[in-house]
Design a protein around this ligand. Structure first.
Ligand SMILES: NC(=O)C1=CN([C@@H]2O[C@H](COP(=O)(O)OP(=O)(O)OC[C@H]3O[C@@H](n4cnc5c(N)ncnc54)[C@H](OP(=O)(O)O)[C@@H]3O)[C@@H](O)[C@H]2O)C=CC1
Ligand SMILES: CC(C)(CO)C(=O)C(=O)O
Length: 313
């Protein structure tokens, strides 16, 4: 059995779920966390509540000031606004043959990681799941999505991609997808998420509630189309089957689908406005694709951030 050492930065929704499932299956996993989270994990362990089976796991944790060994794989599972601090904290753990797998939504972080650690160390990654950490730090898995997609930026299926996939062979509730087109997959996810997040956050409603309004479905499909045009202009035209699937999802009057960005707003948390919707807006402007819904959504999210800031000062 391989004894690859895996470091998971962040024990929130994404890190807690995928790292927890790996630890549950007996793999050599350590969570790189900040002090408060470490205290909680040391006292209470990590709890996952999921349709694929609940788990209560005692996990290894470390804080960045104690890191001294190199790891084979480092999974980055923080929000985009914490990427800089995350990159600083993993430095001692990055050795000559370390592979870094970011699971953040969006795509802009890939360039930041490449610039910092070298393109050859960084895989692309994407998680299709709905998961959240509650006040106690328990990981709540909210539906049955559990896909972890990853691959080389160069598109090869390398040995390290296969080794990372093998690590999850015994993990419960994780569907592993090593791919040879990860940047295409990440852009498609961004088209999906920037549409879903812009609409659910602006309307403070789930997809079905929006679709049941007189113009909701029309606005959803218009935004999906504009975001797809932006991706195409950047060299990542979404596939026909992707568009067909999401046209269906964003037209479903019974859908209860929401986004992690809406959950964050509802809990007065910080959001990834710039990394997701702001990024798409910038790219639409560069490509001369006018999109008022995207502009309005971005202004809405930035206004939420302003209000959050004033409430904290
Ligand atoms: N939740 C979801 O359903 C999905 C989320 N994503 C994406 O995954 C990414 C992570 O999201 P999510 O897991 O929900 O976010 P959470 O806020 O739940 O978790 C992020 C965790 O990162 C930790 N963290 C941040 N900076 C550091 C640092 N320097 N050192 C150690 N730990 C750090 C935070 O620690 P602390 O506890 O100390 O604050 C927090 O626990 C985002 O980009 C999101 O868009 C993608 C698909 C679905
Ligand atoms: C689009 C979705 C739900 C898919 O995992 C997501 O990434 C999010 O809510 O942040």
């Amino acid at each position: 059995m391989s004894n690859n050492k895996v470091l998971i930065l962040g024990a929130g929704g994404i890190g807690g779920y995928f790292g927890g499932r790996l630890a549950e299956s007996g793999k050599n996993v350590t969570f790189l966390v900040r002090e408060q989270r470490q205290k909680r994990l040391q006292q209470n362990g990590l709890t996952i509540k999921s349709t694929f089976g609940d788990a209560h796991i005692s996990v290894n944790t470390i804080t960045s000031n104690h890191l001294k060994d190199y790891y084979d794989f480092i999974v980055i599972a923080c929000k985009s606004y914490d990427l800089e601090s995350a990159m600083n904290s993993i430095i001692p753990a990055v050795g000559p043959s370390t592979t870094i797998i970011p699971l953040l939504n969006g795509v802009a972080h890939i360039d930041q990681l490449n610039a910092r650690f070298g393109l050859e160390r960084v895989l692309g990654g994407s998680a299709k799941i709905q998961v959240t950490a509650n006040e106690q730090g328990d990981i709540l898995h909210l539906n049955d999505w559990c896909e972890l997609t990853f691959g080389e930026q160069s598109s090869e299926i390398t040995q390290r991609v296969q080794s990372f996939a093998r690590l999850f062979e015994q993990a419960k509730g994780v569907k592993i997808q090593p791919v040879n087109d990860i940047m295409q997959q990440m852009w498609q996810k961004l088209v999906h998420l920037s549409t879903a997040a812009a609409m659910t956050c602006m309307m403070r409603a789930n997809v079905g509630e929006i679709v049941r309004t007189p113009d909701g479905k029309k606005q959803f499909l218009q935004l999906l189309d504009k975001n797809a045009q932006v991706a195409s202009q950047n060299g990542y035209a979404p596939s026909y089957s992707f568009m067909e699937m999401y046209q269906g999802i964003f037209s479903d009057p019974n859908s209860k689908y929401t986004t992690s960005m809406l959950r964050d707003i509802e809990h007065n948390n910080r959001i990834e406005a710039d990394h997701i919707v702001g990024f798409m807006l910038d790219k639409s402007i560069s490509a001369n694709i006018e999109c008022q819904i995207l502009q309005l959504a971005y202004t809405h999210l930035k206004a939420y951030e302003q209000r959050l800031l004033s409430s904290q000062s």
